[in-house]
Design a protein around this ligand. Sequence first.
Ligand code: S3P
Length: 432
Amino acid sequence: MLKTVKAPLRPLKGEIVIPSDKSISHRAVMFSSLAEGECIVRNFSSGADCHSTLNLFKALGVEIDFIDSKTLKIKGCGGKFAPAKFTPAIYTYSCGNSGTTMRLVSGILAGQNFNSVLTGDESLSKRPMRRIIEPLSLMGADISSVDAHAPLTIRGKKLHGITYSSKLASAQVKSCILLAGLNAEGETVFEEPYLSRNHTENLFNYLGADIKIQGAKVTVKPSVLKAKDIDIAGDISSAAFFIVAGLIVKGSDFVIKNVGINPTRAGIIDIVKRMGGDIEILNLRQVSGEDVADIRVKYTEGLKACTIAGADIPRLIDELPVIAVLASQAEGDTIVKNAGDLRNKESDRIKCLVDELSKTGVSMEELEDGFIVHGNTELSGGCELESYHDHRLAMSFYVAGLVCRKEISINGFEWTNISFPEFETLFGKLNS
Ligand code: S3P
């Protein structure tokens, strides 16, 4: 689907409620399915990725019912003292486009007493799986793959705990190993170079797992999770598109409600402050173990470039494409380094971003592990951009279109449904 975007005639004003966090939605279904007892999950994501997880657990025999379009009732398969007993109807599960589904579920299936196969769409089948196959194999897992890519054939085995030092700060790898550790013999220790998003640790704590956290090191012992109702906050990765739009569309001033601002995810807020953006955190509260707030954002003149590297990266990895759009409107050179894993996302998010944004007039350079944006550029637009089947690229390009002189078109805009089907409707709300 080709979407045309042009600069709004008026500033963006009003109030929107950001829909459910994708990372927490995946985990809420997975962990409640593993747990002992029944629970309600509220504000479940409408994105296709989270529905891949939901359908997979239904196929594993978990009773999951919709109370309404965003509320689920889940009857966990965990026993009082024993790990979850699934009763699969089939043994091949499709993860669609979702890396989180494939990587986390591998950690669950590796320790079951049955065999299974995980498949993915074209993009997911190109994404690296060695990062989970290697540590799971050290735990005793038996996984075959196509040169460390999906489809993954997992022969269920009794696993044992390991102490693993990961070269990569990755919440997907960490969560996979912690999930395997729940059902392994002995304790499992996972350490990463920088702390990645900690939703798994928060939810494990909330659901009573035996878990110890020391900075970027987590230890988990075999545990049965106890079902508890889960309320899912709004997704800061979705809010990011609105934050950037508010800062760069002249005269804008609006409030984004119900945004999860877990410090391991809220890197974009720090970067906006570093760049001098007018952003305000209101009504800070806790929801199911996570920090949640409303965010007021205002158009800001005189934004300044900054350097984004090291420990910043895992805290805003998914926001880097839209941060590039923000940087194009800031004074100076914004440098993004140590973000090489961006090349392994739904697309090569360094190359595709640089190639496509450059067409609009953004002055950018590709680095091996990041990019440089030369700021303060008036974007000419008047071009067609390719989204490469990547939801976050499609939405970042839409935001760039809001400050282009001539309208742009984005090819493959329907991929926004992967994480954020409400995206355009919410933009319409601020622009009416
Ligand atoms: C996610 C972790 C991140 C992120 C992805 C969701 C998660 O991936 O990019 O969109 O829910 O754990 P990595 O762990 O590969 O960095």
